[in-house]
Design a protein around this ligand. Structure first.
Ligand code: GAL
Length: 677
């Protein structure tokens, strides 16, 4: 049996580094489009993505198809060496379809039915719409089947980007159907949902409703968790209907989708795709302070996908009804593109080629301005294109080297959301831990709980409340073989039905951590602090009192600073258990703004992680590698020149200069050092 690579270590299998933009020929006159292909080719583009909102152009009336605009555009692009990614256009069903089928429109949590006039307005669980989605997919697939210039497809566009839930009748019946498939008989469901609480027992699947908000108080957390799982499975099924048609029509096409949004388990969604895509707009957060926001999204994609593409990379300041992003400074747009590559992207398509003159996004800046004049964004874009033309082949085939990982699993975020208690969940903690790993220049990333943990040195499990025997056994055997595992408060306290376990926490992981949790609670202000030797670490939201059962104590709870009595004072707060060749560290609290840096410094004493270089905190350093080579990326997120030290000596690919281990980066500058192994 071959030993397959962990999914997060898999290359994308693209045979060309993709560089281009989203393109909307349907929004422009022939005169506007006149010089597009020449200017695209001059900028180094080799791909465009088209048609995700063009159903009304391709099929102006039901059954009447007109592919001429796309045929002509694909051919014109091909003349200058630009290939095409097509999209199924199901994110914007045309008016004739919604006029004929008003009952297919989505319904929001307040019971309001959506109207035609924006996008994502039709329910993807409606059987009639599913049939239409497959009909248009088949029509497009068959038409473009033999076009050598169509290289791959994107399904739909950003599933769930506006809202995830729909409360129409079709959703109710498909939820019931999904539950029948999962539980077979209603009594099994009653037990799994704990319906004995508040008289919720069901006699029949037909009595079950969606967890709508209009109830006197909170819904059943087990029902809610199943609903979120249903949402994810259902959109996966909708997508599968399209993917199967694309694959059977032309097996050479690859298929992707652009995420990432709530209530989708991308690990599963990726199962039907060749690789994932993620759309990245770093201007949504304060830059450079929050530079790691984009890195985290990219890592979420990488964890589910392996190497991936960015179908939409910020192409200027984006503006919608009520806001306009801060305008990227000179060099910053290119920096963000390299940031995506540094975290595993094998293709960058900026959004969009030219800024629209009409529509809800008429101030969402593309590479060209409204007047079709190429200005500084085009110059910067062309620089990126020419560089990637030269170095793209060096990047393809390499994957991100991750040694320090944070475990991720959609089910954990969903379980937390059903009952947050106002305490930090996996996502909030991941954000802090990952940022701290990045500013410490560790080779850091996210790994999905379903993936293999091979090759990792340190694995952090941020309050994974839900645990099952399979995951517990895999974590245990990874530690036995030398891994250093860290978990924070409330880990392994519930089962997959979202019931609190009858076992003393951390339940299925008790032996591995060599500890039991005696008590948990929220902290009073002033805070109770963890004391490790002479050092006091400020904690965040909650405490657990630990009882070592073989583990050694690393820290205890110090008295509350106002001297008031507290159950945790003097009790154990942090433990380390040697297990096989590895160790399991239990943090009886949550990672917080105050404690993440000191806690990671302490962890490092037990899990020796080598930094990738030395630099200011706003310099990002990552590494991509393959069997023969390592590429060390250094990204300056600041507007000042910066020095990076302790880098490997090698060839800097963008400048083609040798680098001896110290590098000066220009404001928003980027370097990629290649070393041979
Ligand atoms: C994405 C979407 C695009 C466009 C862009 C700018 O979420 O896929 O179609 O809307 O944002 O808002």
């Amino acid at each position: 049996m071959s030993n397959p690579l962990p999914r997060h270590q898999r290359p994308s299998r693209l045979n060309r580094f993709l560089f281009g933009t989203a393109y909307y020929p349907e929004q422009w006159t022939p005169a506007d489009r006149e010089n597009d292909t020449q200017r695209m080719a001059q900028a180094g583009m080799n791909v465009v993505r088209m048609a995700e909102f063009a159903w009304d152009v391709i099929e102006p009336r039901r059954g009447e198809f007109d592919f001429s605009l796309f045929d002509a555009t694909i051919a014109r692009m091909a003349d200058v060496g630009i290939e095409t990614i097509l999209c199924t256009p199901t994110a914007a069903p045309p008016r004739w379809l919604t006029a004929q089928n008003p009952q297919w429109m989505r319904v929001d949590a307040e019971g309001r039915r959506m109207r035609h006039g924006s996008r994502q307005h039709v329910c993807t669980n409606n059987p009639g719409f599913r049939a239409e989605s497959q009909r248009i997919t088949r029509a497009m697939a068959e038409h473009f089947q033999d076009s050598p210039h169509v290289i791959g497809w994107q399904t739909d566009n950003e599933f769930f980007c506006h809202f995830s839930e729909c409360y129409c009748d079709a959703c109710t019946s498909s939820f019931r159907q999904w539950l029948r498939g999962k539980y077979s008989d209603v009594n099994t469901l009653n037990r799994a949902w704990g319906t004995a609480f508040w008289a919720q027992t069901y006699d029949d699947f037909e009595q079950i409703e969606l967890p709508l908000r209009n109830r006197p108080t909170h819904p059943n957390p087990s029902q809610e968790l199943d609903y979120y799982r249903f949402l994810s499975d259902a959109i996966g099924e909708f997508q599968r209907g399209q993917v199967e048609i694309l694959r059977e029509t032309q097996p050479n096409w690859w298929v992707t989708h652009n995420g990432l949004f709530e209530h989708i388990d991308y690990w599963k969604l990726r199962g039907d795709l060749d690789f994932l895509g993620v759309d990245i707009y770093p201007g949504f957060v304060e830059q450079p302070r929050d530079f790691s926001w984009a890195s985290l999204k990219l890592q979420q994609c990488r964890a589910a996908s392996g190497s991936f593409i960015v179908p939409e990379q910020q192409g200027g300041a984006g503006g919608q009804l009520l806001y306009l992003h801060q305008t990227p400074a000179p060099g910053q747009m290119r920096l963000w593109a390299y940031q995506a590559i540094a975290h595993g992207a094998d293709g960058i398509l900026h959004f969009r080629w030219r800024t629209a003159r009409f529509g809800a996004e008429m101030y969402w800046n593309g590479i060209l301005d409204h007047d079709n004049v190429a200005r500084r964004r085009y110059a910067e874009f062309s620089q990126e294109g020419r560089e990637l033309e030269r170095i793209g082949t060096k990047i393809l085939g390499t994957v991100v080297d991750v040694r320090a990982a944070i475990l991720t699993q959609t089910d954990q975020d969903e379980a937390h959301a059903t009952m947050t208690l106002g305490l930090p969940g996996p996502q909030e903690q991941t954000k802090l831990i990952f940022r701290q790993m990045l500013v410490s220049h560790w080779p850091a990333g996210l790994v999905d709980a379903a993936d293999s943990f091979a090759g990792l040195k340190l694995l952090v499990v941020p309050s994974f409340v839900v645990m099952d025997e399979e995951l517990a056994a895999r974590l245990q055997s990874w530690v036995e073989n030398g891994g250093i595992l860290v978990a924070s408060a409330r880990t392994a306290t519930r089962n997959r039905d979202n019931h609190v376990s009858a076992q003393t926490p951390p339940g299925l992981l008790g032996e591995l951590f060599g500890v039991t949790v005696e008590e948990f609670g929220t902290l009073p202000t002033p805070l109770l602090n963890l004391k490790t030797g002479d050092e006091t670490i400020q904690v965040g939201a909650g405490y657990e009192i630990l009882r070592p059962r073989g583990a050694q104590t690393l820290a205890t709870w110090s008295p509350a600073s106002d001297g008031s009595p507290h159950a945790a004072t003097g009790e154990v707060a942090l433990t380390l258990n040697r297990f096989g060749q590895g160790a399991a560290i239990y943090v009886g609290s949550y990672f917080s703004e105050q404690n993440t840096a000191p806690l990671l410094a302490l962890l490092r004493e037990h899990a020796p992680i080598e930094s990738l270089g030395e630099a200011d905190e706003l310099i990002e350093i990552t590494c991509r590698h393959c069997l023969e080579r390592r590429l060390t990326f250094a990204l300056n997120h600041t507007g000042q020149p910066q020095q990076v030290r302790a880098l490997p000596a090698g060839l800097e690919l963008i400048s083609s200069q040798m680098c001896g281990g110290v590098l000066e980066l220009a404001p928003y500058g980027v370097a990629i050092i290649e070393t041979r192994l």
